[in-house]
Design a protein around this ligand. Structure first.
Ligand code: CR6
Length: 828
């Protein structure tokens, strides 16, 4: 370490936070001229964005270092959030706002000849996620930092995030998202942190001198994990946490023997193979695809993260049994479940801990969050594939399973079927490893993500485990969203208005303070300001639509939005069928009736998994309808249909604040929570939704009068599906009219939509026909109510005032208290 006489110098010249605008400007120019090697003559917006980011990043690193030092000295329990997805979006605006330096930066760059808005536009989204699960992880790490918990995220540094979507001839076309073209100022490469990761090979065991059986795993392929750190600044606090993302690198540059023999090409082949592990994000949402490379990604990331966590723990020289007092690890879905096995392996094979003691440590360390009940999303790895890739882990899983089943047999000696039902190994051909079961058995708490969902997992997919472990192991933590990004950053005008009425921006840290605007719900002046802001946000979206889709939409029309991944269970098909129904109705209207009708802009957006045929057909239909409706002079402003291509976090920031109504219309019981529903209401839009996921709790909080609910309840779904299977259920007559229109070619070649229509006329698994009338009725009510501007705006204000519960800070406090047992560390 540094000798004490040198320390003073370090302190004297240590980098400080920049105090004011001029210091920022100095740093900005220094980065332009040195880091980027540019000058006043060739500094474009991109260079200016990079220089500004570097300056802000330096500020974050100072806080990051302080935070890490503080956490190390305090030496308290830390939480690690393991997630294969972190859908961060852009970093610059968030960093400025959270660090409280947006004003300085904005006017700083303005003096130097740049507009901050133009610089912000230069940043590519960090799109390392598919949908809600990845964005939840991003909100959670924002909240962990903002509420001063010592916590890190661990993920993968994909070179390609979620693909970019274009619409060509109405169809989705994918192209790769190479987001690292220009160097990424928001990450710090840690080339010194390199961890060897092994795959394949074989296991053997021997008895050592103490008569103990030792297991070894050797002989396989090796790659290296390199760490990249992304600072995560909390809002209104110095705490700046870390998101550590791993990239794969070859262990050796290339094979020297082959190189020397002149075989240059195959000498580098191995190195190229290693890099593919972290190359690309799998583009499926709520769908398991069973690819070996995916399992490789999972182990690579889990092994690197655990190695890091264990290394940090070992520095404290505590006995192993204290591991769970120092470390909490949260499994975001089953993707990191191998961590359970890996920790057990480290403890018994490398550290010589006895099996039972090790297993105690493991189960007290992990918590598992389930995010879906959809059967097609549950991970099950074929045993042969698993054994080949991770032979030692497979052995350990068999052991875990054996001990678990012995325990179950003792508890329920007469229940023969139970053992087969709860076994980690499914007796299919080939056998499969059920990852969710492994996650439950390896964790001390299992949680769902909204009340209904947490009840459903207890009564359906994990029912047997409730019998075995009792109900206390299973709990609910309703999802949340960060008000920093989803109110303050996406909707600065609304945030400012609220602050001006409640006296400060404290609501961004304690969202329950929003309650203070409730008395203003009927205040005409406040209502006016509220409406003006909504109009502004709608105009901002309309400008975006003009630019991307090439046509105008009327900002006085009702903006009706459904943006999310395209999925049959989310029922965008029902929405577009409803739009067609509306179109047919308008065509049949008299002039007088048209005058009474509420004009609508129906906005869609979202990506389909590249191999999901039905979802792609839904996108095509939306675009086909859009083309016909928007060109129909009879319709005019009464109906416009828009598909916004390449929906992502930064587009959501423009779309969400502009909605009057957003649709969250999944078949009851299928959407675990949903989180965009929370974002829309927080921004003053009302929900048209089913009694599903977090819609239910939103209703409880904002009141039934401030949400439009429809459709069958979760408890009827099974019966209805049964009816479809075993008897002829007549198609809803309005839906029949819609299908007739499609089939007669109103929206182009009807052959394209044959399977989409027959999925409804057939088994109708998602109950589109059953809910259609109720959906249309709810839509009618929306049309009527929107005409009454005063009540509409008061409902909007009341809803926002009651959204405090949905802050991700609240969710994180619940996790910290009831699962992690970690406490905040103040930076003072
Ligand atoms: N697809 C759920 O479907 C939930 C998020 C976050 C999802 C969604 O309802 O809000 O997780 N599930 O909890 C999975 O990804 C498995 C999602 O985003």
């Amino acid at each position: 370490s540094i000798p004490s006489e040198s320390r003073q110098l370090w302190q004297k010249f240590g980098v400080k936070e920049f105090g004011g605008k001029e210091e920022f400007q100095q740093e900005f120019i220094r980065h332009v001229e040195t880091t980027l090697a540019r000058s006043i003559y060739n500094c474009d917006d991109l260079a200016a964005y990079q220089a500004a980011s570097q300056a802000i990043r330096d500020r974050l690193i100072v806080a990051w270092n302080k935070t890490q030092q503080k956490h190390t000295t305090k030496d308290r329990k830390r939480v690690y959030y393991l997630s294969l997805e972190f859908l961060m979006g852009r970093a610059m605006d968030n960093a400025m706002l959270n660090a409280g330096i947006k004003d300085i930066t904005k006017s700083g760059v303005a003096d130097l000849g740049f507009k901050i808005e133009d610089l912000l536009e230069q940043e590519p989204d960090a799109a390392l996620g598919n949908g809600g699960l990845g964005r939840l992880a991003a909100c959670f790490i924002d909240s962990i930092a903002s509420t001063n918990y010592p916590g890190w995220g661990y993920g993968l540094r994909y070179q390609y995030g979620i693909f970019k979507q274009r619409i060509v001839d109405g169809y989705q076309v994918e192209s790769p998202d190479y987001w690292l073209t220009f160097s990424n100022p928001w990450e710090i490469p840690r080339y010194e942190i390199q961890i060897d990761i092994m795959f394949y090979g074989y296991t053997r065991k021997y008895t050592n001198d103490d008569g103990k059986v030792v297991h070894v795993w050797e002989g396989g392929e090796q790659v290296q994990a390199v760490a990249y750190d992304v600072p995560v600044p909390g809002y209104g606090t110095e705490t700046t946490n870390n998101l550590r993302l791993w990239a794969s690198k070859p262990t050796r540059e290339f094979d020297f023997e082959k190189f020397n023999a002149g075989d240059y090409e195959s000498s580098v082949r191995e190195s190229q193979k290693a890099e593919t592990i972290s190359a690309v994000l799998y583009p499926n949402d709520n769908f398991y695809s069973g690819k070996e490379l995916r399992l490789k990604q999972q182990y690579f990331w889990v092994a690197a993260s655990l190695n890091d966590i264990v290394r940090r723990f070992k520095k404290t020289h505590r006995p192993w049994k204290e591991f769970p007092d120092q470390v909490a690890i949260q499994l975001n879905d089953t993707h990191p479940t191998l961590a359970v096995v890996e920790l057990q392996r480290i403890l018994i094979d490398m550290e010589g801990v006895e099996w039972d003691a090790a297993w105690n440590i493991v189960t007290n360390t992990f918590g598992y969050t389930n995010h879906t009940v959809l059967p097609e999303a549950l991970e099950k790895w074929p045993v042969p594939l698993f054994t080949n890739l991770l032979p030692r882990h497979m052995e350990i899983i068999y052991e875990i399973n054996l001990f678990f089943l012995q325990k179950v047999e003792k508890m329920f000696p007469k229940e023969r079927d139970l053992l087969a039902r709860v076994s980690i190994i499914e007796e299919s051909t080939p056998q499969q490893v059920r990852m969710a079961y492994l996650a439950i058995i390896g964790s001390h708490k299992v949680n769902g993500v909204a009340e209904l969902h947490s009840e459903l997992i207890k009564t359906t997919i994990f029912k047997d485990f409730v019998t075995i472990y009792g109900p206390d192991k299973f709990m609910n933590v309703t999802n949340g969203i960060t008000p920093r990004r989803w109110l303050h950053q996406a909707n600065p005008k609304l945030s400012d208005l609220i602050a001006s009425k409640v006296g400060s921006y404290d609501f961004l840290k304690d969202l329950n303070l929003l309650k203070k605007i409730e008395p203003l719900a009927h205040d005409p002046k406040f209502q006016d300001e509220w409406v003006t802001i909504k109009k502004f946000n709608k105009a901002r979206l309309a400008a975006h639509i003009k630019q991307s889709n090439g046509f105008e939409v009327n900002v006085n029309a009702l903006f009706d939005v459904q943006v999310k991944r395209i999925h049959e269970y989310k029922r965008q098909q029902m929405n577009i069928f409803g739009v067609i129904h509306r179109y047919l109705s308008i065509k049949a209207m008299t002039k007088e009736e048209k005058k009474e009708a509420t004009p609508r802009v129906c906005i869609f957006g979202g990506k389909s998994a590249p191999g999901y045929y039905m979802a792609k057909t839904i996108i095509k239909l939306i675009n086909a309808v859009s083309e016909v409706v928007n060109a129909d002079a009879d319709v005019g402003d009464l109906l416009k249909v828009v598909f916004i291509a390449d929906y992502n976090v930064s587009k959501a920031e423009i779309i969400v604040p502009a909605s009057d109504i957003s649709q969250h219309i999944s078949t009851a019981g299928t959407e675990a929570s949903g989180t965009s529903n929370m974002k829309f209401v927080l921004n003053g839009g009302l929900i048209l939704g089913t009694v599903d996921g977090a819609n239910i709790e939103i209703t409880r909080e904002v009141g039934e009068n401030n949400i439009f609910l429809f459709g069958h309840l979760a408890e009827s779904v099974e019966d209805l599906r049964h009816k479809h299977r075993f008897s002829d259920v007549p198609l809803d007559p309005n839906l029949e009219k819609v299908f007739n229109a499609i089939e007669s070619g109103t929206f182009g070649d009807p052959n394209i939509y044959v399977s989409l229509i027959s999925s409804v006329t057939g088994s109708d698994y998602y109950l589109v026909s059953d809910d259609f009338q109720s959906y249309l009725d709810a839509q009618k009510l929306v049309d009527q109510d929107f005409k009454n501007k005063d009540t509409w705006v008061s409902r909007s204000i009341t809803a926002v005032a009651n959204m405090g519960f949905f802050s991700s800070d609240r969710a994180i406090d619940e996790y910290a208290e009831s699962i992690w047992n970690v406490e905040p560390i103040s930076m003072e």
